[in-house]
Design a protein around this ligand. Structure first.
Ligand code: UDP
Ligand code: MG
Length: 379
């Protein structure tokens, strides 16, 4: 049989698990007269590489039974100080899972990509995908999930703040289908500036009041999800992504694990206070229309008050002939109303800008290079 024909057949065999007829055809033997081992010998002799992959394919169901397929997604931005240590500690868990590590380089300007390539060269479990520029962690999460093929996916930061040692416990909750995802939250905010913790807590309180999604205080992005959960996340192709909200929005059964905050092993957080503030605004705009309602309510209140005050001034003038006094007070009221109007114009503008960005349908990320087989390059 010609080599390219044989490769084709083997590919079909891999899909249909029809190893025997091909081996028989190769050996010019009658079907059913060759047992499995004989088939394998013929296939391996004919073409060692493809023969081996046919054997691998045949054993796939056994392998599936013994090990789960897990994709660990690690977004990394200027993380050269911590990346290798992080990846190595995930690789130590290898014995229990059959997994791939998908490291997403979010347009780093340091040696992160070089480190990824070195890790990938040393260990075939490591896959990397590098963006054309910094698109943000949300895009990196999306790219990782989109390129994952495992039955389960894990999101993990590149700075060892998400302990890989929790993986077995996390898997324990999803393996029998009792839960669809296992999420983590830190119960302490050790090592974080007090003022930042305070504002973070206020943000979670506010979000739980003004939106329908359930945001958990201290929730990390460190999370294990089954395929159903991942597909639900991927079905939401919005450009303005706020994953913490999306995870809650899709529903499913989620188990929360708590752990003490772990300080990053090296390097610095990529989130300045201002970046976090903008992130919080994104979250509110993405999951709540409450600010718009508030603007309407304040508008109605202000009109009612001003009508009341107008009636009072008119009655006073007609009955008592008092001239209108107080230029300073009317100017300050004007200015106040002007300020409120501008503020709410800004709020409406924020929603409009999101619509504008959404309708352009630009890709969530653009890939510059990768070693993933058949990657999804951008969406
Ligand atoms: N990250 C990213 N793109 C960014 C900023 C951060 O991919 O623009 C990654 C970063 O490499 C890390 C994770 O997101 O793996 C969390 O970032 P960081 O540790 O700075 O956040 P923190 O833990 O302080 O919330
Ligand atoms: Mg971190």
């Amino acid at each position: 049989m010609k080599m390219h024909l044989m490769k084709k057949c083997l590919r079909a065999a891999r899909i249909n698990r029809l190893i025997q007829p091909i081996a028989c055809a190769l050996a010019d033997d009658k079907p059913l007269e060759m047992d499995r081992d004989a088939c394998m010998r013929v296939l391996e002799a004919a073409h060692p590489d493809t023969g081996r992959s046919a054997i691998w394919a045949e054993r796939l169901p056994e392998r599936k039974k013994s090990k789960i397929r897990l994709d660990v997604i690690v977004p990394a931005y200027n993380a050269e100080a911590t990346l290798t240590e992080c990846i190595n500690s995930v690789l130590e868990q290898q014995t229990q899972y059959e997994f791939r590590l998908i490291v997403v380089d979010d347009g780093s300007t340091d040696g992160t990509l070089r480190e990824m390539k070195e890790l990938a060269a040393k260990d075939s479990h490591v896959r990397y995908l590098s963006f054309s520029r910094n698109f943000g962690k949300e895009s990196a999460i999306y790219a990782g999930l989109e390129n994952a093929r495992g039955d389960f996916c894990v999101l993990m930061d590149a700075d060892l703040q998400d302990p890989p040692s929790l993986l077995p416990e996390m898997y324990g909750y999803v393996k029998d289908g009792e839960y669809d995802s296992v999420a983590t939250r830190r119960v302490t905010r050790k090592g974080e500036p007090k003022i930042r913790s305070f504002f973070a807590r206020q943000f979670y309180k506010l979000m739980s009041r003004i939106s329908k999604v359930d945001l958990v205080d201290g929730a990390r992005d460190y999370r294990l999800m089954n395929r159903k959960f991942v597909n639900a996340i991927l079905s939401m192709q919005e450009y303005n992504r706020f994953s913490k909200g999306l995870f809650g929005w899709v529903g499913f059964r989620t188990k929360w694990l708590e752990y003490e905050n772990v300080e990053r092993v090296a390097g610095e957080t990529k989130w300045s206070f201002f970046k976090l503030f903008l992130y919080a605004i994104d979250g509110i705009v993405a999951f709540s229309t409450f600010p718009l309602i508030i603007s309407a309510v304040i508008g109605v209140l202000a009109s009612t008050l001003s009508l009341g005050y107008l009636s009072y001034v008119l009655v006073k003038k007609i009955l008592f002939g008092d001239p209108v006094a107080g230029w300073a007070s009317s100017v300050s009221v004007d200015l106040f109303i002007g300020g409120v109007l501008l503020f709410f114009l800004g709020v409406i503008g924020e929603y409009m800008s999101k619509i504008y960005l959404e309708i352009k349908r630009r890709p969530i990320y653009i890939t510059r290079e990768t070693n993933i087989d058949h990657p999804v390059l951008s969406k």
